[in-house]
Ligand binder design. Structure first.
Ligand code: 5CU
Length: 369
């Protein structure tokens, strides 16, 4: 069998979801600007703040965000055999509790149908109606686990409103563990804007995306570990976006702080039976390879193992700023990640192939032949 390339971090907004955003006037929303110009997607917290002079008010939203044929064109251009598509942020988090369940069904079915239109090339992570009661959320987990192409769920860090260390999420974690559905944990909310200082608007989206997103993920997964989610659900599988934020780099410090904290009383407290972070990293956690550097790939592989790191692109985010020819050009954001994997493994071709696709096929059950 020839080795396949699988993209596990690639988003879509199905047309049904775009229609919801078009009807909204508060973030998140889609706004039509001047005739002939693409609509703008405004999704990040505070992105339309009228007091901000930022150039960072949304981004143009073209058909690459909602037309699945564009995804396939992008995959063909970059040599990607299979994509595991997921709804992009902010998912269903903003919906009213009484509408979230039915919209989740509509959106998850639409994404599953997209996969069916390109059999063997597309699989999916579904989205959860997190504003609805936990019984509704858990039953959507069970429902989508039976869909032909769905292999997990994409989730932000908010949980039911109190974060992912909230014990009220246990029925949801239980359903995910029992159905073997992987959580793809992805940031959206970032850090409070004050931490970026009064000049942040001059830097566009750079600070919130490069630092806010990964730190948000790091904090969310650390809280899951500290609150004992992985002790209660030892088979739960969590794929962390952007190579775990800074978790691989900070895992040692987290572990050491536990060992030196006399007041910490969680299940991860300094007892001999507790599961060490290193064990959780190698048993429960998967890391995507969307980190844009050899150094980042090496850290991810050291933390979780070359058999638990998975290639991704973040398409359709991070397109080239300018294209200067009729011919379609490969995206810098993608070629940088390919090069990082190549540089990190050098002659270790088998490991590079595992990260590029073999791991995803095995861990997410994507084999079609
Ligand atoms: O550029 C961005 O804002 C984003 C985003 O919102 N979500 C994502 O997955 N990547 C980039």
């Amino acid at each position: 069998m020839t080795s396949k390339i699988v993209d596990v971090h690639t988003h879509v907004y199905p047309p049904q979801y775009v229609s919801i955003l078009k009807k909204r006037t508060k973030v998140p929303y889609v706004r039509d600007t001047e005739p002939g110009k693409p609509s703008r997607l405004i999704i990040l917290p505070g992105e339309d703040d009228p007091s901000s002079e930022s150039t960072a008010k949304g981004r143009p939203i073209g058909s690459e965000y909602y037309d699945i044929n564009k995804k396939i064109e992008f995959m063909n251009l970059h040599g990607i055999d299979i994509s595991v598509i997921s709804l992009a942020n902010p998912w269903l988090d903003f919906l009213e509790p009484d509408e979230a369940g039915s919209i989740a069904i509509e959106v998850n079915d639409a994404i599953n149908d997209m996969c069916d239109s390109y059999k063997g090339r597309l699989f999916a992570f579904g989205a959860l109606p997190l504003s609805a009661p936990t019984t509704v959320i858990a039953s959507e987990v069970e429902r989508i686990s039976k869909l032909k192409y769905t292999r997990g769920v994409i989730m932000g860090t908010g949980g039911l409103g109190k974060g992912l260390d909230d014990a009220e999420l246990d029925p949801v974690y239980k359903a995910l563990e029992e159905t073997g559905m992987t959580i793809f944990l992805h940031p959206h909310y970032g850090l409070p804007k004050e931490v970026f200082g009064p000049r942040a608007a001059e830097y566009g989206h750079v600070l919130p995306l490069a630092l806010g997103f990964p730190l948000e993920t790091t904090i969310a997964i650390s809280r899951m570990i500290l609150s004992g989610v992985f002790d209660r659900f030892p088979k739960l599988s969590v794929l962390l976006a952007h190579s775990g934020g800074t978790l691989p780099f900070l895992a040692g410090r987290l572990e050491s702080c536990i060992l030196h904290d006399a007041h910490y009383s969680g299940p991860q407290a300094a007892t001999s039976s507790r599961r060490k972070i290193w064990d959780i990293l190698k048993t429960n956690i998967l890391l995507d390879a969307v980190v844009y550097s050899e150094l980042g790939i090496r850290a991810a592989v050291t933390a979780s193992g070359a058999d638990r790191v998975l290639f991704g692109t973040d398409h359709p985010f991070f397109p080239p700023l300018e294209t200067n020819s009729e011919e379609e050009e490969k995206w810098l954001s993608v070629t940088t990640n390919y090069k990082a994997i190549q540089d990190a493994f050098g002659p270790e071709k088998e490991q590079a192939e595992a990260v590029l696709g073999g791991n995803a096929i095995r861990l997410l059950r994507l084999a079609t032949d």
